[in-house]
Design a protein around this ligand. Structure first.
Ligand SMILES: Nc1ncnc2c1ncn2[C@@H]1O[C@H](COP(=O)(O)OP(=O)(O)OP(=O)(O)O)[C@@H](O)[C@H]1O
Ligand SMILES: [Mg+2]
Length: 237
């Protein structure tokens, strides 16, 4: 098998000295894929993304990007290796304008901030029209587009999205999923955590179900979305 873009193997991690939240979680993302992680509240989905970005240290296990072990790298080192991250909460600076949010996000290559922000204004005309608006005045869907654009300012090789559609209306959530698909069709691999499990699986090449810090199920996105057990778990029906 070809070396995956991202290989996360046997991660044990948590927050306290002893407490384990992740108890051996493993996932891979291949070039070009959208991969979704779903699972109940508190399963450790956000913790897993934070472990991949280096914001939470893995006590055991290995994280490799394009075959290169990055487990010992800190968050900045991982970002430099190409891992972009859009957190679940507080992912924009509300008291700053859209333009300021984008500009400070391109910290890795300050020389490219202008070129990249202009490309993002072209891709997302809403951001261009709101350039001077404070981020806190944006709608939920607009804010998530801004957060995603901030994640793109460093031209990542892989984008991690933690619950991009959380709190959005069904219509805004659909629009955001469409934006994610379009971004992926441009070649960017995406690993996302989603509460809208079935919708997320339907646009994903593959998915993982994380329960109590461990892999529970994995498979093709559409196959998992059609699975009666998964539907019962996530639709209650
Ligand atoms: N900073 C923290 N310090 C201590 N414990 C934490 C911290 N962040 C999360 N936890 C705990 O770790 C466990 C997993 O949390 P995590 O946020 O990874 O779950 P999740 O699957 O993303 O849940 P949700 O669907 O609610 O976002 C929970 O029991 C949570 O209370
Ligand atoms: Mg979470």
């Amino acid at each position: 098998m070809a070396t995956p873009l991202l290989a996360v193997d046997g991660i044990i991690a948590g927050y306290g000295a002893a407490e384990q939240i992740l108890k051996g979680a493993s996932i891979t993302v291949a070039a070009g894929e959208i991969v979704s992680i779903i699972g109940p509240n508190g399963a450790g989905k956000s913790t897993l993304l934070k472990t991949i970005t280096g914001l939470v240290a893995a006590r055991e296990g290995r994280i490799a990007l394009n075959g290169k072990d990055v487990t010992a790298e800190g968050a900045l080192g991982r970002a430099k290796c190409g891992i972009g991250f859009v957190p679940q909460e507080r992912n924009v600076f509300g008291a700053m304008t859209v333009a300021e949010n984008l500009d400070i996000s391109g910290f890795q290559e300050p020389g490219k901030v202008r070129e990249r922000s202009e490309a993002l204004y072209e891709r997302y005309p809403m951001l261009a029209s709101k350039r001077k608006a404070l981020a806190r005045t944006l709608s939920g869907g607009q804010r998530q587009i801004l957060a995603m654009a901030m994640g793109l300012m460093n031209a990542p090789a892989l984008l991690l999205l933690d619950e991009p559609t959380a709190g959005l209306s069904p219509k805004a959530a659909d629009e955001l999923f469409e934006a994610i698909v379009t971004l992926n069709q441009g070649g960017l691999p995406i690993l996302m955590v989603e509460q809208h499990a079935l919708e997320a699986l339907e646009i994903s090449a593959r998915g993982y179900v994380l329960v109590s810090g461990r892999n529970s199920r994995e498979g093709a996105g559409t196959a998992l979305a059609a699975d009666p057990d998964i539907r019962r778990l996530f639709l209650g029906g």
